[in-house]
Write a protein that binds this ligand. Sequence first.
Ligand code: FES
Ligand SMILES: [Fe+2]
Length: 400
Amino acid sequence: MESQTHERTLDQGTAYERKPSAYKTELTEVGRGTPMGELLRRYWHPVGLSSHATGTPREVRLLGEDLVLFRDGAGRPGLVWSRCCHRGTTLYYGKVEERGIRCCYHGWLYDVEGRCLDQPCEPENGAKTRDRVRQPWYPVEERYGLVFAYMGPPEKKPVLPRFDALEELGEGEFIDVDDTSIGSGGGAVAPCNWLQHFENVMDPYHVPILHGTFSGTQFVPAMNLMPEVDFELTPRGVKSSSTRKLDGGKVMHRVTEVVLPTLRIVPNPFVGSYGKVESIGWTIPIDDTHYRIYTAGRVKEKGVLLPRAPDAAFRKDRREMTPEERRATPNDWEAQTGQGPITFHSEEHLRTSDRGIAMLRRLLATQLEAIAKEQDPIGVHFDQASAYVRLEAGQRIAER
Ligand code: FES
Ligand SMILES: [Fe+2]
């Protein structure tokens, strides 16, 4: 009798066989002393709206550091390390006075640059020794309704840049600000790494899928069309140029940019009008696994940063949606927080449509190398004239 052979086909690609998961620490982690943390610390970052800096101390967290934002009686904004340099209680419980912020515990008073002005428990209010302590502080500047902080090495502090899109106002336009993460539409603080959102700006191919068909039209019908896309480096980041062929022989051209370190320059996807990009969003790392977006834009109506075209889709505020509604109609918020607290780059399979993302990651890696070699990263300027940034982003309709 012939012996029976049992042919056995092995299952392939099962989850059991997967390799250990890892992420690119050098691109994602933002703490002081990490490569990206040090790169980010070469630039100014918004730390709050101007209206957040008041006589009531406000806790802010930025690049993994806990800080307190306030405005002294003379109107100067201050940003100090939250732990009092006497014995460490938080200045969040402090009281703001004419000359600075006073700690609740023993009453040490600090000005907006951390100088100690009073130590009420010490002989002569500490007059002889209080100059020897300094509450750690960061320089701040206000512009566009935002408070910007510089958290890097003092000798490398660049000029706070100006942007043409926020400087050259049209008839009836003014600058408005927002801190509710409009880019993600899910809430003010997104529970995932900042790069997941930042690199999404160089991912125009997801627009017709996630925003165009999967969840129905989320912007305008024209945005549902699959674009032809070119990516290019700019002197300040990466830009994508998308072309969509519309009915009637017209073409929609759309340029979006990422500007280092974290700026999203995205023309209004609800296409309220054409022309130069209306707003700038700063994708601010709170820490390794949280970010938020501050946006400043040219508006004609307070609170309307993204005016809608007549054919724009109605979009319910994500925060008012049930979990079922969110599951059925995912958006950027769901897609990006769905990648996890820090996405595992080891599990990715980048393809042709990801070339903008690859370009951005390479550009960031090049800047890490530059600062390791004691060079300045792109987009930092030390004189006012070069710190005026002309953006290319915008959208227009043309004949084919
Ligand atoms: S801990 Fe702040 S004054 Fe003592
Ligand atoms: Fe998106």
